[in-house]
Design a protein around this ligand. Sequence first.
Ligand SMILES: *[C@@H]1O[C@H](CO)[C@@H](O)[C@H](O)[C@H]1NC(C)=O
Ligand SMILES: *[C@@H]1O[C@H](CO)[C@@H](O)[C@H](O)[C@H]1NC(C)=O
Length: 425
Amino acid sequence: MDGAHYSNGHRRRKLEMTLLLACLCGLISLSCAGRPSVSRQKLQVEKHLKRLNKPPIKTIESPDGDIIDCVPISHQPAFDHPFLKDHKIQTRPSYHPEGLFDDNKVSNSKGPKERSSPMSQLWHMNGKCSEGSIPIRRTKKEDVLRASSVKRYGKKKHRSIPKPRSADPDLINQSGHQHAIAYVEGDKYYGAKATINVWEPKIQQPNEFSLSQIWVLGGSFGEDLNSIEAGWQVSPDLYGDNNTRLFTYWTSDAYQATGCYNLLCSGFIQVNSEIAMGASISPVSAFRNSQYDISILVWKDPKEGHWWMQFGNDYVLGYWPSFLFSYLADSASMIEWGGEVVNSEPDGQHTATQMGSGRFPEEGFGKSSYFRNIHVVDSSNNLKSPKELGTFTEQSNCYDVQTGNNQDWGHYFYYGGPGRNPNCP
Ligand SMILES: *[C@@H]1O[C@H](CO)[C@@H](O)[C@H](O)[C@H]1NC(C)=O
Ligand SMILES: *[C@@H]1O[C@H](CO)[C@@H](O)[C@H](O)[C@H]1NC(C)=O
């Protein structure tokens, strides 16, 4: 296209065309200038959803609105982890804290005393996953969009481990997380167990949560803190409702880059086809009425070194491979049991988000929330009563904890509270 072959008219028209095009392009790029971030975020969300939601072989709709996908066990998110590419799935632990692992013993271990009311997950009403697949709560677009960023979805916002006897009280208060816990430290621990009654605490603000859990901790309380956590929680931001849900959490760097809730990142390997992480637990305890509790056991398999989790007496859920951790690859240095809430201080006052049943410990059975039959796992893989339970709470007028010890319940404690009240303004 040599200009020399065109007349002046041609030339002018060409110039006009060029100007027009330039204008159009200018307009387009102007009108698009605001959009790339939006479409990039949309793309990011879609990519993330694709990573989390593996193609199911069956889908079950739960009455609470959850979608449960049955995903082949070898296609679960854990296997996106580069270190797990050639991992051979352990379908069961080699050892249980009571000795060699025995399938029959796990499902028959309900002594008459231990039998509590049947606890199940809501989605069971509408179907089950077949052997060889695992139930995964599907992550919806809304779930991710509620998070502060795609990257933070499924992660705790900040460090939230209660550190008893902290030299720096400012540090405790600053994070806005409040705890009422019992703990042991000063030994090497290879697991922990407790039976926890389940409630549905009221949450004042969607960005707050209330949970009750076991912490298995390794390392000092620095940037490299290792933690494995399991229990029940109500978290509107994470799940989009106020239901009480079974959850797990892990981190190997104090909640920074590694770890997440449930199966929301690569790490935990689930082997159980009946229980879905993050799914609602039902029924829950009612004030002066039926009490429902769940047992949680986390222990380190002495043979493979992985940390296993059992829910109730019947369900071995799966394991955290030992390579995920630094300190916990050896043993835990501290165990904590209890409640945690986020106090975002809405309207400049203490939050009214409840912990446990929303009642103080002194009200006792049928009213307060409890952890009972508290055990640790020792270096010989035996369940043992802790020698002594310490307690910790930031503001006992808001949430408190009281330990006890008797024949039936072994070591136990009541904990919780209403949050805001005349003594906790
Ligand atoms: C946290 O702050 C509250 C009031 O702001 C205070 O009463 C309480 O003692 C603090 N807790 C600790 C552990 O310092
Ligand atoms: C959760 O509970 C709060 C009050 O505690 C309520 O305002 C909110 O609408 C509830 N959210 C859902 C999704 O039901």
